[in-house]
Ligand binder design. Structure first.
Ligand SMILES: Cc1cc2nc3c(=O)[nH]c(=O)nc-3n(C[C@H](O)[C@H](O)[C@H](O)COP(=O)(O)OP(=O)(O)OC[C@H]3O[C@@H](n4cnc5c(N)ncnc54)[C@H](O)[C@@H]3O)c2cc1C
Length: 500
């Protein structure tokens, strides 16, 4: 509690105060703000309970679906949170926006038995966005399509060619408005009239050049991670427009706030999907401001509540493993052993501290200056435009993959060009859940020094975890048990990533 207040006082409050003039300007000039005041708490709801489609969860996926479906259908979009705040749009503050309960579900895993030894109670934090735009209001904005071989593999598993990279590429191209540095590559970045999602490269990327050059010295090529990804080092492009976060709220909902076909019910938590006697999903129960409500769907109900809350809602609705549901007294509507299973996360290790002797990394208390704020507000440039000082990235195939003769990277290294500011220990404790007692002796000697850290990440983990209900109360957090590092191969690959 003390740490949290310290972090608020030392980091978030100064940021809020710095941005006060910006907020006042927005309030005075933006009609959107007026609209937000009117609709945020009360929503643009009508008394209608019959819709063509009901979309549960207005996150990255839900906003796109609601946008497209409401072109010619009556759609209800049910979202547990409210509108995103202006402060969430500033990429430079992304790290500090996590774990704030107003817009983050702030989940934690159960105590891990093979991992998280440096974290509080050996648990990991699982931030999840809770606002219109969902986790796209909270994330680090990195635009990454994934490896073409991942898509080809899904096509093979599902026996459905629609999933091959060649076939999904046209949808990637259709969905973006590309302003990055690879525009000449028309195969991967064409023009599209539908492109709502802006993608930009970030001119301010501390230590990017040094990191990519180091990769070249080690024999790696410089790559574009979104076009035929393979082993190599390269830039990170991001969902940003003119230097500001461009999440799915800005891209898909804001432009159609007056569309009559779309009703957005904010501060509304879906508690159960109603299944009729034929096994069809026909309606959604939800609670808004403490009042229980109900809506019916004539065509379909789409659950896009994210990787944690989608299985949670299915389980609450009686769709899932029989034994688990019956143990909680939930009537089984559709028996399925798969619901809540096959949980995968990109397990990561922080490599730190790394110091440098030049003032080249981001130090918030030194670099978040008034002139930088001016640059950001007027020109959309400078230190505030970069999501948490993300510098560059590398993709590497481990020895396990190399044995197969196919270059299909299973390791991703992010380099954050961020130094060791005065409250780094308290911030990492509040935001990432590190155990400050363990972290302090490691970072204290380098406080005040420029540097960087590298996050070594498994992109194709072998271990699998699960999500269960803790009880049948829809407002209880679910049980998240990833079972990190319980698979031997994951440990071996991560160690290679740390030492190679
Ligand atoms: C801190 C962080 C950093 C990340 N960085 C990146 C990155 O740089 N690049 C990248 O590609 N990905 C990143 N991700 C992951 C990415 O943001 C998510 O994979 C993506 O946003 C998930 O989209 P979604 O639609 O499945 O869920 P979400 O966007 O999480 O949306 C789910 C929505 O459903 C709502 N909801 C949940 N339960 C209910 C309910 N019962 N009733 C009503 N509404 C409900 C939630 O409030 C939320 O708005 C990051 C994620 C986090 C948390």
């Amino acid at each position: 509690m003390v740490n949290m207040w310290y972090s608020w006082k030392s980091v978030v409050l100064p940021i809020l105060l710095t941005f006060l003039p910006y907020f006042l300007w927005i309030m005075n000039t933006s009609t959107e703000f007026g609209h937000s005041i009117k609709t945020n708490y009360f929503s643009n709801e009508s008394e209608t309970v019959d819709f063509d489609y009901i979309v549960v969860g207005a996150g990255s996926a839900g906003c796109v679906l609601a946008h497209r479906l409401s072109q010619n259908n009556l759609v209800l979009l049910i979202e547990a949170g409210g509108d995103p705040l202006a402060i969430q749009n500033i990429p430079g503050g992304a790290l500090f926006m996590v774990n704030i309960p107003e817009w983050d579900w702030s989940y934690t895993t159960v105590t891990q038995s093979h991992a998280a030894f440096g974290m509080q109670d050996q648990k990991l934090k699982w931030p999840r966005g809770k606002s219109v735009g969902g986790s796209s209001n909270l994330n680090y904005m990195f635009y990454l399509r994934g490896n073409p071989l991942d898509y080809d593999n899904w096509a093979r598993i599902t026996n459905d060619d629609k999933w091959t990279f060649e076939n999904v590429l046209k949808y990637f191209k259709k969905s973006i408005s590309y302003k990055g540095k690879f525009a000449a590559n028309v195969k991967h970045y064409g023009e599209s009239a539908y492109g709502n999602m802006d993608v930009e490269s970030r001119p301010y990327s501390p230590l990017k050049t040094e990191f990519i050059e180091a990769g070249k010295e080690m024999g790696y090529d410089e790559i574009d991670a979104n076009a035929n990804q393979r082993s190599g080092f390269g830039d990170i492009e991001a969902n940003i427009r003119n230097g500001a976060r461009w999440g799915t709220y800005s891209a898909y909902i804001k432009p159609i706030l007056d569309r009559g076909n779309l009703i957005i019910s904010k501060y509304s938590q879906a508690t159960k999907i109603q299944i009729d006697n034929n096994g069809n999903a026909v309606g959604v129960y939800y609670v808004q401001h403490g009042i229980r409500k109900y809506a019916r769907a004539k065509k379909e109900i789409i659950i896009s509540a994210g990787s944690v809350d989608s299985p949670k809602l299915l389980l609450l609705s009686g769709i899932g493993p029989r034994k688990h549901l019956e143990s909680l007294g939930i009537k089984v509507k559709v028996e399925s052993e798969q619901v809540g299973k096959n949980l995968q996360d990109h397990t990561a290790v922080f490599l730190m501290p790394n110091t440098i002797n030049q003032q080249k990394s981001l130090m918030p208390f030194r670099d978040f200056t008034m002139s930088q704020l001016w640059n950001y507000m007027i020109y959309g440039t400078g230190v505030f435009t970069n999501p948490s000082a993300a510098g560059a990235q590398a993709f590497i195939s481990s020895s396990i993959v190399n044995k197969t003769g196919v270059d299909w990277p299973d390791l991703q290294l992010y380099m954050f060009g961020s130094g060791h500011h005065e409250t780094v220990v308290e911030d990492f404790a509040r935001i990432q859940g590190f155990n400050a007692t363990i972290l302090r002796p490691i970072l204290s000697p380098v406080i005040g020094r420029d540097g960087f850290y590298i996050v070594v990440t498994l992109v194709r983990p072998h271990g699998r975890g699960e999500i269960l209900l803790s009880d049948k109360d829809p407002f209880s957090p679910p049980i998240i048990n990833h079972q990190y590092l319980e698979h031997e191969k994951d440990v071996k690959i991560l160690i290679e990533g740390m030492f190679d």
